[in-house]
Design a protein around this ligand. Structure first.
Ligand SMILES: *[C@@H]1O[C@H](CO)[C@@H](O)[C@H](O)[C@H]1NC(C)=O
Ligand SMILES: *[C@@H]1O[C@H](CO)[C@@H](O)[C@H](O)[C@H]1NC(C)=O
Ligand SMILES: *[C@@H]1O[C@H](CO)[C@@H](O)[C@H](O)[C@H]1NC(C)=O
Length: 401
C-alpha cells in the first residue's frame, strides 16, 4: 500500500471542518422533509459492493479461483487499469454530500464506527464501501475520496475519485428532491476532473488515463423509494412500468455521455431487492421480504440489462452488470453460508426504521459483521465484502459464457 491509514483518515476527518457550513446550508433547507429523504440512501450502499465485483469482472474475465489482492493487481496491470471513476448514490458516495446543502448525510456516528480510527466520513455504512475495497485491491488507496473533498491529492486525481451523491438516482428529479448531485452534475464534475488531470499529466496522458479507467455506476433505489413511492409527480406521469422504462432510458443516455467523455469500460450495478430492506418490511408490516417490491427490483434490472446490451453494441463499450439483487437475496436466504446471523434488522437503533439522521447517535448491535444491514436501508461493510466476492464469480461466468 502506498498510502498509510493516517493520510486516508485525515481526509475522512475533513467533514468536521465543514460542519459550520453544513449547518448554514441546512438552516436554509427547512422546507425539506428529511423523513422522506432518509429512506433512499441505504439501498445504495449495497450496490457499491456489487460494483466492486463488476469492476473486477470486467477487468478479469479470465480470472479463475478466489480473487485476492495480488490477482487484482496483476489483472489491473494486464488490462492497464489505472483509475476508478465512480458515479451513483449512497452505495458509492464516500462523502460528497458532506459538501452539499442536503440533509442526506452520514457523517456522524455511528456511521463509520468500524472505519479506520472509527471515524464517520459520509459513507452510509459502518465501514468501507465496495468501491473502497476495489481501490485497495488495485493498490491505490484504502478509501476512495469524494471529488468534492478539498484535500484531493495528485494521486487521487490520477487513480480515481467518486462523484457519487447519496439520494441521487437515474431520474434527475430524484436528486432534486434532496438537493443532491444528479448524474448530469456528477458528469459535469467529471469534466472538471478531466481538466485537473490534464493539468497534472498533460492532455494526451489524461485521455489515455480515462480510456484505461473503469467507471462504476450504482443507483436506482432512490428513484423508487424516495421518488415514485413518495412524491406525486412521477406517478401522475407514468405507470410503474413506464417509469422503469424511463429510468432505463435515462441510464442509457448517461452511458452515452460517459462514452462521449472518453470512458470505455463501465460496470453498472443493478438495484438490490428493495423488499428485503428492513425499512420496507417495517412500512409494509411484513416479517419476510416484500414480494411486490422485490419483483419490482428484478423487473427493473431486466430492463437495465437490455439497455446495456444495446449500449455494448452501439457504442462498442465494455460494460459489465453486477447482480446485486441475487447476491443480497442469497445472503438473506442463506445467512450461515456467509457467517451472518441477522438478515432482517439493521444494526443501528431498533434496526427497523433508522437510517441517515434518525440513526444519528443511536446505539448499535454488538457485532455488525454478523448483519446484512447496517441501518434500515444500507448494508454493512461485511455485506459489501460478500457482495463483492459473489459478484466477481457471477460476472466472470457472465463475461465468459
Ligand atoms: C432539477 O433542478 C434543476 C435546477 O433547478 C432544473 O434545471 C431541472 O429542470 C430539475 N429537473 C427536474 C427533472 O425537475
Ligand atoms: C496504460 O495507461 C497509461 C496511463 O494512462 C498510459 O500512459 C499507457 O500508455 C497505457 N499503456 C498501454 C499499453 O495502453
Ligand atoms: C412476483 O413475481 C412472481 C414471479 O414472476 C409472481 O409469481 C408473483 O405473483 C409476483 N408477486 C407479486 C406480489 O407481484
Amino acid at each position: 500500500m502506498k498510502y498509510g491509514n493516517r493520510r486516508v483518515l485525515d481526509d475522512n476527518n475533513i467533514h468536521e471542518s465543514f460542519s459550520i457550513r453544513d449547518i448554514f446550508f441546512l438552516s436554509k433547507l427547512s422546507k425539506l422533509d428529511s423523513s422522506k429523504m432518509v429512506t433512499t440512501i441505504s439501498t445504495k450502499a449495497v450496490i457499491l459492493v456489487q460494483v466492486w465485483a463488476l469492476v473486477l469482472a470486467v477487468l478479469m474475465p479470465l480470472l479463475s479461483g478466489a480473487v485476492d489482492t495480488h490477482q487484482v493487481k496483476q489483472l489491473a496491470a494486464k488490462f492497464n487499469v489505472t483509475c476508478i471513476l465512480v458515479f451513483g448514490d449512497s452505495s458509492v458516495d464516500p462523502g460528497n454530500n458532506n459538501y452539499l446543502a442536503t440533509p442526506m448525510k452520514g457523517n456522524f456516528l455511528p456511521y463509520g464506527k468500524d472505519f479506520f480510527r472509527g471515524r464517520p466520513t459520509g459513507r452510509f455504512s459502518n465501514g468501507r464501501l465496495a468501491t473502497d475495497f476495489i481501490a485497495e485491491g488495485l493498490g491505490y488507496t484504502k478509501a476512495i475520496r469524494p471529488f468534492l473533498s478539498k484535500r484531493l491529492r495528485p494521486l487521487d486525481i490520477l487513480h480515481g475519485v467518486s462523484f457519487a451523491s447519496a439520494a441521487s438516482g437515474y431520474d434527475e428529479l430524484t436528486a432534486n428532491l434532496s438537493n443532491v448531485l444528479p448524474v448530469s452534475k456528477q458528469l459535469e464534475y467529471f469534466r472538471h476532473y478531466k481538466i485537473r488531470l490534464s493539468q497534472l499529466v498533460g492532455a494526451r496522458e489524461a485521455e489515455n488515463n480515462i480510456k484505461n479507467a473503469v467507471a462504476v455506476m450504482s443507483m436506482g433505489t432512490n428513484d423508487f423509494l424516495q421518488n415514485y413511492y413518495l412524491e406525486p409527480v412521477r406517478p401522475k406521469q407514468y405507470t410503474l412500468e413506464e417509469y422503469q422504462n424511463y429510468l432505463a432510458s435515462c441510464m442509457s443516455e448517461d452511458v452515452k455521455t460517459m462514452h462521449r467523455l472518453g470512458i470505455t469500460r463501465l460496470v453498472v450495478v443493478g438495484v438490490p431487492p428493495l423488499g428485503c430492506m428492513p425499512l420496507v418490511k417495517t412500512l409494509m408490516d411484513q416479517e419476510t421480504c416484500v414480494e411486490k417490491y422485490n419483483n419490482f427490483s428484478s423487473s427493473f434490472n431486466s430492463k437495465v440489462k437490455v439497455k446495456l446490451a444495446d449500449s455494448r453494441t452501439t457504442l462498442g463499450m465494455k460494460i459489465g452488470f453486477v447482480d446485486a439483487y441475487g447476491i443480497i437475496q442469497d445472503a438473506v436466504n442463506n445467512p450461515k453460508k456467509y457467517g451472518l446471523t441477522e438478515t432482517s434488522k439493521g444494526c443501528c437503533g431498533t434496526g427497523t426504521v433508522e437510517y441517515g439522521d434518525t440513526c444519528k447517535g443511536m446505539s448499535t448491535c454488538a457485532d455488525a459483521s454478523k448483519y446484512v444491514f447496517w441501518d434500515a436501508v444500507h448494508p454493512t461493510e461485511k455485506m459489501y465484502e460478500i457482495i463483492a466476492d459473489q459478484a466477481i464469480d457471477s460476472l466472470r461466468e457472465q463475461l465468459m459464457g
